[in-house]
Ligand binder design. Structure first.
Ligand SMILES: Cc1ncc(COP(=O)(O)O)c(C=O)c1O
Length: 366
């Protein structure tokens, strides 16, 4: 009798379920301070809680296609209407739909590194090959390398994906470079998970009108502070959204997140408060740690900050262990650019940020 394992698609062999160990840890020990997953430290607003309660009472009902919330999203982003918007269970699911729409086994997806890990995972699940173009290190900056991205395009390339601003480096690609990639005609996904922190004027949603190959992903997990709700979306040309929508799992966004998202999108005061708080705290941490000898800070336009303690002869993994011994979860970053010193801190509450500053200073003064 053959084994069931002989029937799996070959590219799944050796692939493992993705487990966020830091999230497992944080939920298991809720006394720990979560400064590792680019969550928002502020809980949902009253308006969102009310929507969750109201629609919680209707959770026995299937959701509809979310035309109302999609219309609202289109309006916020200056697009025509719900036909430009596709909803996902977080933007991670949106990536899955986009990748399934373009990538078959052997095809390539182009990304920058360092960057968010989901692109690689969704590509691997389809038998695609992820090609990584390293960012360029220049002192306290890691810069996008659009020339290298464009040079790497070949007949197997099916998607170019750029996180803008990038995670974990926190910076934007230059507009001229975004346009150069758009003009290649290759499906180009601009991941704008954090763009609200810098302002929607930095968004490329409008580009989708003239460039059907440009698609923009967004999420309510970051500035809106609803990571646990799971709500993300794709903005694109109507003709493109139409095709990708064929991959959409019916009822992928539940009744509760659908209506809670609408409440969040309408609650502009809550969004403003979160953006203001975040940006003031980025400023606080960056300036509080600016004088630490040998600690390089990568200026961030998002809700996390990348550091390199390599010049001080320190390892990022030791920093993360030390912080955890003090009750704070930071994020280790794999060694790169000849340094083992990288780590990332997600902004927390005011108190948590003060604690983080104290812990980093203590570690680097030891
Ligand atoms: C660049 C980037 N894109 C997308 C996401 C995923 O967000 P979502 O919660 O919408 O799946 C993250 C999460 O950390 C991210 O850093």
């Amino acid at each position: 009798m053959p084994s069931i394992h002989d029937y799996f698609v070959p590219w799944l062999h050796g692939q493992k379920m993705y487990i966020s160990n830091h999230l497992e840890l944080a939920w298991k020990d809720q006394s720990l301070h979560r400064m590792m997953s680019n969550e928002n430290p502020l809980p949902p607003s009253q308006h969102v809680i009310q929507a969750i309660e109201r629609y919680g009472r209707l959770a026995h009902r299937y959701p509809d296609r979310g035309v109302e919330v999609r219309t609202k999203i289109a309006r916020i982003n200056g697009l025509d209407g719900p036909e430009n918007v596709l909803l996902g269970n977080g933007s991670s699911e949106v990536f899955d739909m986009v990748f399934r729409s373009f990538v078959k086994p052997g095809d390539q997806v182009l990304q920058h590194t360092p960057c968010f890990g989901i692109y690689k995972l969704r590509c691997a699940a389809l038998g695609g090959e992820l090609v990584s173009v390293p960012m360029i290190r220049e002192g306290d900056q890691l810069l996008f390398d659009a020339d290298a991205i464009i040079d790497a395009i070949n007949p197997k390339t099916r998607i170019v994906v750029v996180a803008n601003p990038n995670n974990p480096t926190g910076n934007f690609m230059d507009k001229a470079d975004i346009l150069r990639i758009a003009r290649t005609g290759i499906p180009f996904v601009v991941d704008e998970a954090y763009v609200e922190f810098a302002g929607l004027e930095r968004s490329y949603a409008a580009l989708t009108r003239d460039f059907p190959n440009v698609m923009v992903t967004r999420t309510l997990s970051k500035a809106y502070g609803l990571a646990g709700l799971r709500f993300g979306y794709l903005l694109g040309h109507r003709s493109v959204i139409d095709v990708i929508a064929a991959t959409l799992l019916p009822w992928n966004v539940g009744t509760i997140p659908l209506w809670a998202a609408l409440a969040a999108l309408e609650d502009t005061d809550a969004l403003e408060e979160r953006i203001r708080f975040n940006n003031s705290q980025v400023e606080y941490i960056e300036s509080a740690l600016a004088a630490v000898p040998g600690l390089v800070t990568f200026h961030s336009h998002a809700n996390y900050i990348l550091f390199d303690g390599g010049p001080a002869g320190r390892k990022g993994s030791d920093m993360v262990d030390f912080a955890q011994s003090r009750g704070l979860i930071f994020r280790p970053i794999s060694p790169m650019y000849g340094s083992e010193g990288f780590f990332r801190i997600t902004l927390g509450t005011r108190d948590e940020n003060r604690m983080a500053v104290a812990v980093v200073k203590e570690f680097f003064s030891a």
